[in-house]
Ligand binder design. Sequence first.
Ligand code: G6P
Length: 608
Amino acid sequence: MCGIVGYVGPRVATPLLIDGLKRLEYRGYDSAGVAVMNGKGVDTRRAPGKIVKLEAMLNAEPLVGTLGIAHTRWATHGAPTELNAHPHTSTDKSIAVVHNGIIENATALKARLEASGYVFTSETDTEVLAHLIQEMYTGKLEDAVIRALEHVEGTYGIAVICSKEPDKIVAARKGSPLLIGLGENEYFVASDASAILSYTREVVYLDDGDLAVLDRNGYKILDMSATQLDKAVSRIDWDLGQIERGGYAHFMLKEIFEQPTTIENTMRGRLLPEDGTSKLGGLNLTDEELLFFDNIVITACGTSWHSALIGEHMFEELARIPVEVEYASEFRYRNPIVDERTLCIVMSQSGETADTLAAMREAKRRGARTLGIVNQVGSTIAREADGGIYIHAGPEIGVASTKAFTSQVVALALLTLKVGRLRDLSIMNGRRIVEALQALPGQIQSILDRADEIEQLAEEFKRAQNFLYLGRGYNFPAALEGALKLKEISYIHAEGYPAAEMKHGPIALIDEMMPVVCIAPHDSVFDKIVSNVQEVKARKGKVIAITSQAEPSLVGKIDYEFRIPQTIEMLSPILASVPLQLLAYYIAVKRGSNVDQPRNLAKSVTVE
Ligand code: G6P
């Protein structure tokens, strides 16, 4: 979602802040701003649009100082205008604030502050914080921030500076990620490690309720009663190269092409081929405890929800345990049947999605054991879950998730293998799954080697206005994911449907203008999907079939075919997804979309 970066140290702050913002731009990108202590007071520059616009403004009117805060915004309250961009300043201009999250009682606070003479200049909820902190200020910024936050309902990651204490940044967190970066005689605050990785690898992750004070001599972490806390320093173990494009036109393309490696990384050291099972060190569950659960609930949003649906099939088929998959945003406000015999699996690439985090906390409150399947190391879900599986896909920068999705499915397969072998699954079947998993990286590479075939297909269909994706069984979620990829980045309306369900509605849409992607690998439901293909063809739909071998029964019924390698049924959605990612990518590029930063979307949605 929005991004925060702050700096205090001996260097000129603005270039560091702008560099940090650029690394965060993938999270939110409708406007940006910087505030720096310029020797006289707080000086700000803000601009709607991309960070290059802010940069141009800064070139024309530079900001000089060695302490500052900056923000890239994804609008929630108020349009992306200069006035609504962060940082926001207090009425007396002494305080500047950048904020991620939502202040839920902003309207009431604003009315009270306005009645006391504070002057608002934006439509944002954030501005309330600046005036509130000014109101509470009696000489020590951290005390003012603590007192102000006592009046605030909602979520925040904030960084605050004050002209009366020009060498200090105060940061606080509740529900929106924030970390402190420790350099040599310099300190950073950021909402995401990628913003500061060029300068330091040593970080302290803030937890909800933590407040950090950074100045030129060091940092301290306090709780909301100003008691100092002792927090561990973590080391970031990924490289800058992983968050750079490395010769690819877009991050999304790079991430699609990384999948042979990322999948390998998800499995590394975790397969036990002899025993036909897996070893997952972070579960924090003994085999006895794993056998104790009566049911599994998987909760997630977006693409992670699609991988969860594949996991449901896997667990039910191979581990014979009932599974329910639920959107986190729905789960958190229902009265779900979850107790201490429930294993709640929480899927999240970022580990920060607000709804998913809230769903996990709700499941915990009801006594369930929680397991995070997360990519971002040190993220809130990873830290709060009882145990977990890191997918180790490396930083995913493209907003449309690709490599995280395939690695999530692999992680679910590893867990299924583990639970399955403890329950019903024979050693022979376990070994078969291990072998199929080991073959995946090479099989994905063989698909990527034929990316040009998909590019040609994209040329053919780039002007389509609608797309339908059909799949059955394990590949119904792959159809949903294929459709989501296309709509996210090309803005073409696309729907994923269980192939047989098509005749109960979507069939009405089919005519010669409608491309229909049918995911039809050679599996237990192949013959069934052939009938569905026929139904499409009879209505003159254009069929693009994803198959896994020569299929006499499809001859004459399909318009285009792309073959993926044959694998076992449970892993086929992984292979089927790769050409669908490429199709979405190439169509979007040919339509001139901004693939890595599609309109209105954000990489990590840290608000409800
Ligand atoms: C956003 C992103 C999606 C992502 C979803 C869930 O909507 O644009 O790509 O799938 O959030 O994110 P998570 O980090 O929890 O997997």
